[in-house]
Design a protein around this ligand. Structure first.
Ligand code: NAP
Ligand code: GDD
Length: 385
């Protein structure tokens, strides 16, 4: 019998990579997607099969983590061996705008899954992965952070995830569920949501060099993150559920980098050297030199000429908009993945340079397509955020 997995958040970054990974391993994957006014299955389009095919390895169900009946029915119908609870309102800044919704989805949503398993008497049949987060460490109590570092959440998102973390531990201890937390540090990819900082930078850079945008407005560039590649991190989720005993694991690279340095590295991949001057909201990132050979190789000769004339009039490509600041910030995250290294045998394949270069290349392809459409007289979207 094929193993059955249920993924909440299958239309998101991690859900898409995990679904692909599990299907390759021979799983039948069920996923929960929300009803939306536009189709929202771009990230899993390559896995999607015609619903009229009888034997499919990807089956989608309409659902929502705020609807316990719906969650219970889906679990009852597909009887998964493994549940990966990745569904969440996952944007930290947005959680300050919609705190109640965030608590309901990210906090109580986890409880709904755990209760459904108890209610359906499936605790000996199913293993649960809870998408916990390094945001739990917030105002960090120590550096680096381990499984034993105390939590100090700094946003409605992190507070909701704190509840989800502890309710997972509680159901494990109280009822013997095979339920585990992966405390994942930031992980990115070419399919990362466009408003997270990594993707915002690589998209903005691609638009700037192609003349589709003049300036990239940033928030707090002094914060530091331990960034990995989502492709590595979804493997850790799988490994966590293959362990005989449930447990909680930090998944991180063990390297932390400033947002400002991420920006600098991304521009360097297309041959642009940036320097920064000024403080806080008056800080700017300006072009100090352009390596023609790299720029032409990555972008084009035509755009090199245009970009050079642009920077003669205004070399400032990065500016700060305090609107992107958070009411309470998490200044530094750095994870110690020793336990995952030893117990799961997990080690990331990507380093930060590999991640950034893949993201930059991918967004250049995307924006070249946009530019081509624009030149052809077709409408392209701005996606201001
Ligand atoms: P993502 O790209 O934002 O995807 C989130 C997914 O959750 C999407 O499929 C979204 O559906 C779905 N969702 C949102 N609200 C929902 C609701 N009410 N009911 C059901 N589904 C809902 O996030 P990600 O980066 O893949 O992260 C996956 C999980 O890991 C999240 O729980 C996140 O909080 C956590 N996490 C992420 C990171 C990271 O660095 N990426 C690190 C630690 C933990 P739509 O497509 O319809 O919006
Ligand atoms: N999004 C965003 N946009 N962040 C910015 C910007 C900007 O313009 N400018 C600076 N930043 C800073 C943020 O203030 C934060 O310190 C850092 O960049 C990273 O922001 P995000 O990429 O939005 O990620 P996050 O760290 O807040 O949260 C992500 O990682 C968590 C794990 O630590 C999300 O994926 C969460 O869901 C996840 O739990």
């Amino acid at each position: 019998m094929d193993k059955i997995a249920l993924i909440t958040g299958i239309t998101g970054q991690d859900g898409a990579y995990l679904a692909e990974f599990l299907i390759r391993k021979g799983y039948v994957v069920h996923g929960i997607k929300r009803r939306s006014s536009l189709l929202n299955t771009d990230r899993i389009d390559h896995l999607y099969q015609d619903p009229h095919i009888e034997k499919r390895d990807l089956i989608l169900h309409y659902g929502d983590l705020s609807d316990s009946m719906n969650i219970t029915r889906i679990i009852q119908e597909c009887r998964p061996d493994e549940i990966y609870n990745l569904g969440a309102m996952s944007h930290v800044k947005v959680s300050f705008d919609i705190p109640e919704y965030t608590a309901n989805t990210d906090g109580i949503g986890t409880l709904r899954i755990l209760e459904a398993i108890r209610l359906l008497d499936m605790k000996d049949h199913v293993r649960i992965y809870q998408a916990s987060t390094s945001e739990l460490y917030g105002l960090v109590r120590e550096v680096p952070q381990t499984e034993n570092t105390p939590f100090y959440p700094r946003s409605p998102y992190a507070c909701a995830k704190l509840y989800a973390y502890w309710i997972t531990v509680n159901y494990r201890e109280a009822y013997g569920l095979h339920a585990s937390n992966g405390i994942l540090f930031n992980h990115e990819s070419p399919i990362r949501g466009e408003t997270f900082v990594s993707r915002k930078i690589t998209r903005g850079l691609a638009r700037i060099v192609l003349g589709l945008q003049d300036t990239l407005f940033m928030g707090n560039m002094s914060s530091k993150r331990d960034w990995g590649h989502a492709k590595d991190y979804i493997k850790a989720m799988y490994l966590i559920l293959q362990q005989e005993k449930p447990d909680d694991y930090v998944i991180a690279t063990g390297v932390t980098t400033e947002v400002r340095e991420f920006v600098r590295k991304a521009f360097a991949f297309v041959g642009i050297e940036l320097s920064f001057k000024g403080e806080k909201e008056n800080e700017t990132g300006y072009v100090t030199s352009v390596n023609d050979k790299i720029f032409i190789e990555k972008v084009s000769h035509e755009h090199l000429t245009k970009f050079k004339s642009r920077i003669l009039t205004d070399p400032n490509v990065i500016k700060v908009d305090p609107g992107y600041y958070r009411p309470t910030e998490v200044e530094i995250l750095l994870g110690d993945p020793s336990k995952a290294n030893e117990k799961l045998g997990w080690k990331p394949k990507y380093d930060l340079n590999g991640l950034i270069s893949e993201m930059v290349d991918s967004d250049l392809v995307l924006m070249k397509k946009e530019n081509y459409l624009r030149k052809g007289g077709y409408k392209i979207l701005n996606y201001f955020e």
